[in-house]
Ligand binder design. Structure first.
Ligand SMILES: *[C@@H]1O[C@H](CO)[C@@H](O)[C@H](O)[C@H]1NC(C)=O
Ligand SMILES: *[C@@H]1O[C@H](CO)[C@@H](O)[C@H](O)[C@H]1NC(C)=O
Ligand SMILES: *[C@@H]1O[C@H](CO)[C@@H](O)[C@H](O)[C@H]1NC(C)=O
Ligand SMILES: *[C@@H]1O[C@H](CO)[C@@H](O)[C@H](O)[C@H]1NC(C)=O
Ligand SMILES: *[C@@H]1O[C@H](CO)[C@@H](O)[C@H](O)[C@H]1NC(C)=O
Ligand SMILES: *[C@@H]1O[C@H](CO)[C@@H](O)[C@H](O)[C@H]1NC(C)=O
Ligand SMILES: *[C@@H]1O[C@H](CO)[C@@H](O)[C@H](O)[C@H]1NC(C)=O
Ligand SMILES: *[C@@H]1O[C@H](CO)[C@@H](O)[C@H](O)[C@H]1NC(C)=O
Ligand SMILES: *[C@@H]1O[C@H](CO)[C@@H](O)[C@H](O)[C@H]1NC(C)=O
Ligand SMILES: *[C@@H]1O[C@H](CO)[C@@H](O)[C@H](O)[C@H]1NC(C)=O
Ligand SMILES: *[C@@H]1O[C@H](CO)[C@@H](O)[C@H](O)[C@H]1NC(C)=O
Ligand SMILES: *[C@@H]1O[C@H](CO)[C@@H](O)[C@H](O)[C@H]1NC(C)=O
Length: 750
């Protein structure tokens, strides 16, 4: 009987033994000593980022490497990669490369993405990427490219090119001639000053996105963009374009949907400026001194698809004409933030916009609100943050019965009358952050029965939410999210932090709240939390300090970054079976075997190292254009350990990849990944040692009855069978999926 129960376990364990190393990866491929390698989906990732490398470890690379990450090292030059390497993505951002020669990427036929940003590259051979017939994306931003003669690159497939901030001062006529498949080019932050000749962009007929922000541009040839028939998205912010002939420059762009002219020195706009851009949906004119803009005339009847207009910080003076928006009846979102406004004018100007859904009036010097908001029958979102509002204006907000989003943050409010929100029964998100609300009136939120999110960050609150602010007789079933970050909370020594009315809250932000400890019952009334943010507090690794976790059986995500934890133990999380994300970055962890235990727990019990944020490159680090600077989990050796480690390093532990070359430890900071490898910490027996377990089982059984050798052999044979099946399946799956390229899906086009 016993044997029948045990057999499946034994089989499983034996099968696991063959399919997985303790690193949780199948089929370990070659991996350079300094690097962490793992599968991302089915692709072999070699992560050598921030590893103090001075050269590419060419000889130790697997030929099947799919993604090679060398970001943040000290690499100064490139040699040819081994021929036959199947690399798809190469990341060498933030190194010290100075040139890219013809041979650097020779033979890289499979290459799709190259990231060379943040180096010291002044020369790129135009033929450097000729061998990569599937090339899609090149990042070269933040390099001193300066002067480019002739074609910049030759590639028939390249779609995305970022050459922003490269000190390029002119674009020759051949620059884009041999990269005609481009869909998106970012040229921002280059001192171009003038583009007086047309023809530069003429070969880019597929281009959809063009960014020319902050290029010191004052001159644009009239037909500069005339060939860009597919352009949808154009950014020209931060230039000096007061003398531009807009009707000519934009005349052919009738597919244009988004135009950004923020801070471009505009002082006036002719009536026909955008008249040919009949598909324009969003127009940003913010931060131009459009004192006398005739909105009605400029937007006229031609731009009649316009849904979003941003006129923030345009110094629009005096009254905006009563008919300013008479022709913009389709407008849904209007940004008037940062213009000095008076309530009565505003009321008049907005009268023709009954369809308006979103109105942004942040930082307008408003002391009062328009007298009757009742014209905005459809207004769903209102931002009146950063205005010196006087405390009581209940009556003025009263007509907004449909409003769903109200931002009254940073508005100098120290008191909010108890009736203020009494009629906003549709309100879903209320932001009161940044007001010195030392206390909240009884019943203030009482009628907000549809509220889903309440934000009270930086309000000087000492007590978490008081029960009085809500009606006693109600449970707020929709209220799911409460943000209290940045309040100097005083946590009671016993009892729950939140009243019973908030029992349905699932997302709670208590970051930067000066919390040193939380009692075990802290979340007793809010035990169904799924996401808890405790970042930036001062929690320590004392016995009871994480005892509050015990009640939170639904918890999925916890952020404990930047606290004062020195050690951590998987035991803390035994009552949180749904937990799939733990952020422990930025704590002063001491390097000890508990760290290896957490690592093994994430890998083996949770089945995914990504549970520990920052343990290895997570999915978000692998997408193109992601943040190059990784946030890793670190621990620190103390001096005595450091001395001992030199002796014990390279001790090989079953299941952990040993170092090939002898290593010397000269510094105390280690990433968890490196520490786990070099620590010599044994995998935890009870969860991690199938071999030991199997032999234990047999020993134990020997006491009961002796299994015949034939039986043991049979088990082993079956185990091999299962293993073979699993491995074959994996191989097949791998072959099938290898052609599936995640690059394009993950790419952010803009
Ligand atoms: C690169 O080398 C310099 C000195 O040679 C050193 O100061 C710096 O820390 C190194 N950077 C990295 C990321 O290893
Ligand atoms: C790189 O090496 C220098 C000195 O050799 C050391 O101070 C630094 O911490 C190392 N950085 C990393 C990320 O290993
Ligand atoms: C970049 O390269 C130039 C020579 O091309 C050199 O003079 C300069 O010091 C380098 N800058 C850095 C930050 O390494
Ligand atoms: C680059 O483009 C020009 C003009 O289309 C063409 O004549 C030339 O052959 C191209 N060069 C390469 C190497 O494809
Ligand atoms: C604007 O569109 C009209 C009609 O499509 C066209 O005749 C005119 O040439 C366009 N303007 C410019 C500057 O291309
Ligand atoms: C709550 O809203 C209802 C319906 O709008 C209203 O009748 C009632 O007076 C409000 N309650 C309070 C306390 O303001
Ligand atoms: C709950 O109490 C408030 C006053 O405290 C009252 O206005 C409201 O009508 C009551 N609601 C219900 C559903 O009893
Ligand atoms: C944070 O808490 C400590 C006591 O734990 C207290 O002395 C300090 O004043 C608090 N800081 C703030 C900003 O309230
Ligand atoms: C938490 O959720 C469970 C299941 O949905 C429910 O039975 C329980 O009442 C909830 N707890 C609270 C405090 O609402
Ligand atoms: C962290 O804890 C240590 C003692 O464990 C203490 O000396 C230190 O002041 C704490 N740091 C903070 C920011 O609270
Ligand atoms: C260092 O090694 C010595 C001798 O092996 C041992 O007695 C001592 O406990 C070790 N110290 C630490 C901090 O591991
Ligand atoms: C050690 O790690 C901490 C936390 O990541 C970091 O702030 C510190 O600069 C590192 N020290 C060295 C010498 O690398």
């Amino acid at each position: 009987m016993k044997m029948a129960r045990l057999t499946p376990i034994v089989l499983c364990l034996i099968a696991c033994q063959y399919c997985y190393g303790f690193n949780g990866d199948s089929f370990e491929l070659e991996c350079p000593d300094e690097c962490d390698c793992h599968y991302f989906r089915i692709n072999w990732v070699t992560d050598c980022s921030e590893s103090n490398l001075t050269e590419v470890p060419y000889e130790e690379l697997s030929l099947s490497v799919y993604i090679l990450d060398l970001n943040g090292n000290n690499i100064t030059s490139l040699q040819p990669f081994p021929s036959e390497i199947k690399m798809r993505r190469l990341q060498i951002a933030n190194n010290r490369l100075t040139r890219v020669d013809r041979d650097a990427f020779r033979g890289l036929e499979y290459l799709i993405d190259v990231d060379l940003s943040g180096n010291n590259i002044s020369y790129v051979d135009p033929e450097a990427l000729m061998d990569s017939h599937g090339l899609l994306n090149v990042e070269l931003q933040d390099n001193p490219l300066s002067v480019i003669e002739g074609p910049f690159l030759i590639s028939g497939t390249l779609q995305f090119l970022d050459i922003s901030n490269c000190n390029i001062s002119s674009l020759n006529q051949q620059f884009f001639q041999n990269i005609t498949s481009l869909k998106s080019v970012d040229l921002s932050n280059n001192p171009l000053r003038a583009l007086p000749e047309s023809g530069v962009f003429d070969s880019l007929t597929s281009l959809e996105t063009l960014k020319l922000n902050d290029c010191k541009l004052s001159i644009l040839a009239e037909n500069l963009f005339s060939a860009l028939v597919n352009l949808k998205y154009l950014e020209l912010a931060g230039n000096y374009l007061m003398n531009t002939n807009w009707p000519e420059v934009l005349g052919t762009l009738n597919r244009l949907e988004f135009l950004n002219l923020r801070k471009s020195g505009l002082v006036s706009l002719s009536e026909d400026a955008f008249s040919n851009c009949t598909n324009l949906v969003a127009l940003v004119l913010a931060e131009n001194e459009l004192r006398e803009l005739d909105v009605a005339a400029t937007l006229g009847s031609s731009v009649n698809h316009l849904e979003l207009l941003d006129l923030s910080n345009c110094k629009i003076q005096g009254p905006i004409g009563g008919d300013s928006f008479a022709n913009s009846s389709k407008l849904k979102s209007l940004y008037l933030s940062g213009n000095p406004l008076f309530a009565p004018d505003l009321q008049e100007a907005l009268a023709p916009l009954p369809k308006l859904e979103k109105l942004f009036l942040s930082n307008c010097g408003l002391r009062n609100l328009p007298d009757s908001f009742n014209v905005f029958e459809n207004l769903l979102e209102l931002d009146i943050s950063h205005n010196p509002l006087v405390n009581v204006f209940t009556r003025l907000l009263a007509p907004l019965e449909k409003i769903e989003y109200l931002n009254m943050g940073y508005s100098n409010l120290s008191y909010i009358g108890p009736q203020t929100f009494a009629h906003m029964t549709s309100l879903k998100r209320l932001i009161l952050s940044g007001n010195d609300l030392l206390s909240l009136e009884a019943g203030l939120f009482g009628n907000l029965t549809q509220l889903t999110t309440l934000e009270l960050e930086l309000c000087g609150l000492k007590r978490p939410l008081n029960a009085n602010a809500f009606f006693k007789n109600l449970t707020y079933t929709d209220l799911r999210e409460i943000r209290l970050g940045g309040n100097p909370l005083v946590i009671p020594a016993t009892g729950p932090l939140f009243p019973k009315q908030l029992s349905q809250v699932t997302v709670l932000d208590l970051s930067n709240c000066n919390i040193t400890s939380l009692n075990p019952d802290a979340f007793k009334n809010t035990e169904n939390l799924t996401e808890l943010n405790l970042a930036g507090n001062r929690l320590k690794s004392l016995d009871e300090s994480l005892a509050f976790l015990e009640l939170l059986q639904q918890l999925e995500k916890i952020n404990l970054s930047n606290n004062n934890l020195t050690t951590i133990d998987p035991q803390f999380f035994v009552n949180n079976p749904k937990l799939h994300s733990i952020n422990l970055i930025g704590n002063p962890f001491v390097c000890d075997c508990k760290i290896a235990e957490m690592w093994d727990w994430a890998n083996m019990i949770k089945g995914d190292l990504d549970v520990l944020v920052g343990a290895k490159s997570a999915e978000k680090d692998i997408v193109v254009k992601g943040n190059k600077k990784k946030k890793n989990l670190y621990c620190r050796y103390n001096e005595a350990q450091l001395r001992n480690m030199t002796l014990t390093a390279n001790k090989s532990v079953p299941g952990r990849r040993p170092f090939v070359k002898p290593r010397e430890l000269t510094y105390a900071n280690r990433t968890w990944a490196k520490y786990v490898r070099e620590s010599g910490c044994e995998p935890v027996v009870k969860i991690l040692r199938p071999v030991a377990l199997v032999s234990d089982l047999f020993k134990m059984k020997n006491v009961d009855y002796a299994p015949s050798p034939a039986f043991v052999l049979a088990i082993i044979a079956v185990a091999f069978g299962v293993t073979t099946v699993i491995m074959t399946f994996r191989l097949l799956r791998k072959d099938k999926l290898i052609s599936e390229i995640d690059t394009v899906n993950n790419r952010k086009e803009r």
